[in-house]
Write a protein of this length. Structure first.
Length: 286
């Protein structure tokens, strides 16, 4: 199993606009050991876009990071992966093949690649051959209820050289509605040889333990619930390790971490910009 998975069986999901450098520091202070970056555009990295590069270069030390890149061109994705690897900041590279946002899939990236397995395979092979870091692939169950192809797609990714698979068992059509179908995670786990990380609808430490126990997946990834409870990853990891997870955060805890988040953000940005950046997160904390 990959070292970063065996050492971090609960990890922070890649969330665009959420996994800012300031929030990454908050997460680490709250006990999170492994964070996937928000979506990094391969075009922005390969062409030296200042905003994209700043997101990478200002990541605070402490946790381990996996860079999640997206794009539809194998050469551009390979250039981006090499650029990411050259920073020395990451323990892995994840290729996004599951984002359901129209602005991503309409450009041929994200979940659209699940409809283009030959192109997806070319991207994985090209990136894998170019970098030394392990390469994982994040996907959804499929395009729609009528097009669920994650099992055959994941097996293709494994054969192409993916070192791990991350499955969010919702379709593109579902986006973030309805319920994640963890039965698909259990089914895929039986067929894969590489580690499988499950993601979706984990809101408590008990959810995390239940999903790992029932599916046999090697690790779980938590996203939206961490926005309001940055301690959730540590508490879930403790329960999975057989320890008492500890209580959920009190209102005082939430206010305290919100103030800490603002303090960290203000140390990285001007105060007006820090306040602007944290406003959406405050709604989640409170």
């Amino acid at each position: 199993m990959l070292d970063y998975i065996s050492e971090n069986r609960v990890m922070m999901a890649p969330m665009a606009g959420v996994n800012t450098p300031a929030f990454c520091k908050v997460l680490h202070e709250c006990g999170c050991g492994l964070i996937f970056t928000g979506l990094l555009t391969s075009q922005g990295i390969a062409r030296g876009n200042r905003k994209t590069l700043a997101m990478v270069r200002t990541l605070p030390p402490g946790p381990k990071y996996v860079a999640q890149i997206f794009g539809s061109d194998p050469a551009m994705m390979t250039d981006a992966a090499l650029a990411v690897e050259s920073t020395g900041l990451f323990v892995g590279i994840d290729i996004n093949m599951g984002c359901p946002a129209p602005k991503v899939w309409k450009g041929g990236s994200g979940v659209n690649l699940m409809r283009a397995p030959e192109r997806a395979e070319s991207i994985i092979t090209s990136v894998r051959d170019a970098v030394k870091l392990p390469v994982s692939v994040k996907m959804r169950s499929g395009w729609s209820a009528e097009e669920i192809n994650c099992i055959e797609f994941a097996l293709m990714c494994e054969a192409a050289g993916a070192a791990a698979i991350i499955l969010h068992p919702r379709t593109r059509a579902q986006r973030y509605t309805g319920e994640a179908d963890w039965n698909i995670v259990a089914e895929l786990k039986k067929k894969l040889s590489v580690p499988l990380i499950g993601s979706g609808d984990i809101r408590t430490p008990e959810d995390a333990l239940k999903r790992m126990t029932e599916t046999g997946c090697d690790a779980v990834m938590i996203g939206r619930a961490v926005k309001s409870d940055p301690w959730l990853i540590r508490r879930s990891a403790r329960l999975i390790d057989g320890e008492a997870p500890g209580p959920p955060p009190s209102n005082e805890d939430r206010i305290g971490v919100a103030l800490r988040h603002l303090e960290i953000s203000a140390s990285m940005e001007s105060l007006p910009r820090a306040v602007t950046m944290i406003r959406g997160q405050l709604a989640w904390y409170l």
